[in-house]
Design a protein around this ligand. Structure first.
Ligand code: FPP
Ligand code: IPE
Ligand code: MG
Length: 227
């Protein structure tokens, strides 16, 4: 595997634990999500200090619609606020936004904001991919249907129609909060990804912890089925 880079090019994070972070402090869940956004902001600000080419963040799953309407509204409003406040910083810091998932079916104003943000960041070189209304099984089914429509259902044609088709291969998947499951995130892309499950609740996750995760990755031996 001579062409395998030593460092992680593509890192994905399941940002779990906002609710428990708030509960421990007897605060509303919305406050946990707010602090979760701050953790995202700090991480994106520190991205330039790493060799990561693409950071993919799980922000809202296709199953998260099952939550109370109030919490869903809070999350959508945080999204609106985050794009508005942080877009200029993305542009200034060479960040290219990418959205994966069925984001086109979100509220029309969010879709419009995202389209504008995609356009404004299109020249950036470091990718921040945000998974919104994302479910990996749904993504694979969509890709398989497209592959079937061209009459060739293979690993290659399915991968070519996944939302992640223009991203580097996934190297490292991190989940915070101590849960050890994928919750319908990047199932196909995780085939040979390294995984790291940490107990830290998402609002407490720092850029320093990301660096520790990258160091942990650097110490692993990847074999891809070879010997
Ligand atoms: C990019 C961006 C603006 C992101 C929005 C903020 C953010 C960090 C969203 C993640 C939402 C979410 C469902 C987190 C999981 O915590 P949980 O609610 O499942 O917590 P719990 O498992 O402790 O209940
Ligand atoms: C981080 C996001 C956006 C989704 C995964 O976390 P969940 O909290 O929704 O997953 P489960 O514990 O329900 O599996
Ligand atoms: Mg959770």
């Amino acid at each position: 595997m001579g062409d395998t880079p030593k460092h992680a090019r593509h890192v994905a994070i399941i940002m779990d634990g906002n609710g428990r972070w708030a509960k421990r402090r007897a605060l509303p869940r919305a406050v946990g999500h707010q602090r979760g956004v701050e953790a995202v902001r700090n991480l994106v600000r520190g991205l330039g200090d790493t060799q990561i080419e693409c950071l993919t963040l799980y922000a809202f799953s296709s199953e998260n619609w099952k939550r109370d309407e109030e919490e869903v509204d809070d999350l959508m409003n945080l999204m609106r606020k985050f794009i508005k406040s942080d877009l200029p910083e993305f542009v200034a810091n060479d960040v290219r936004l990418k959205i994966i998932g069925d984001w086109q079916s979100l509220a029309p104003d969010i879709v419009a904001m995202l389209e504008d943000a995609l356009e404004q960041t299109s020249k950036g070189s470091r990718i921040l991919a945000v998974a919104l209304n994302y479910g990996s099984q749904q993504e694979i089914a969509r890709a398989a249907a497209k592959a079937a429509a061209i009459g060739e259902v293979t690993e290659k044609t399915i991968a070519a129609h996944l939302d992640t088709n223009d991203l580097p291969p996934l190297d490292l998947l991190i989940r915070t909060s101590g849960e050890v499951r994928l919750s319908n995130f990047l199932l196909w892309q995780s085939a040979y990804a390294e995984m790291l499950f940490v107990d830290t609740l998402w609002p407490d996750f720092t850029p320093e912890m990301l660096k520790q995760a990258l160091a942990n990755f650097d110490g692993r031996e990847r074999r891809f089925g070879g010997r």
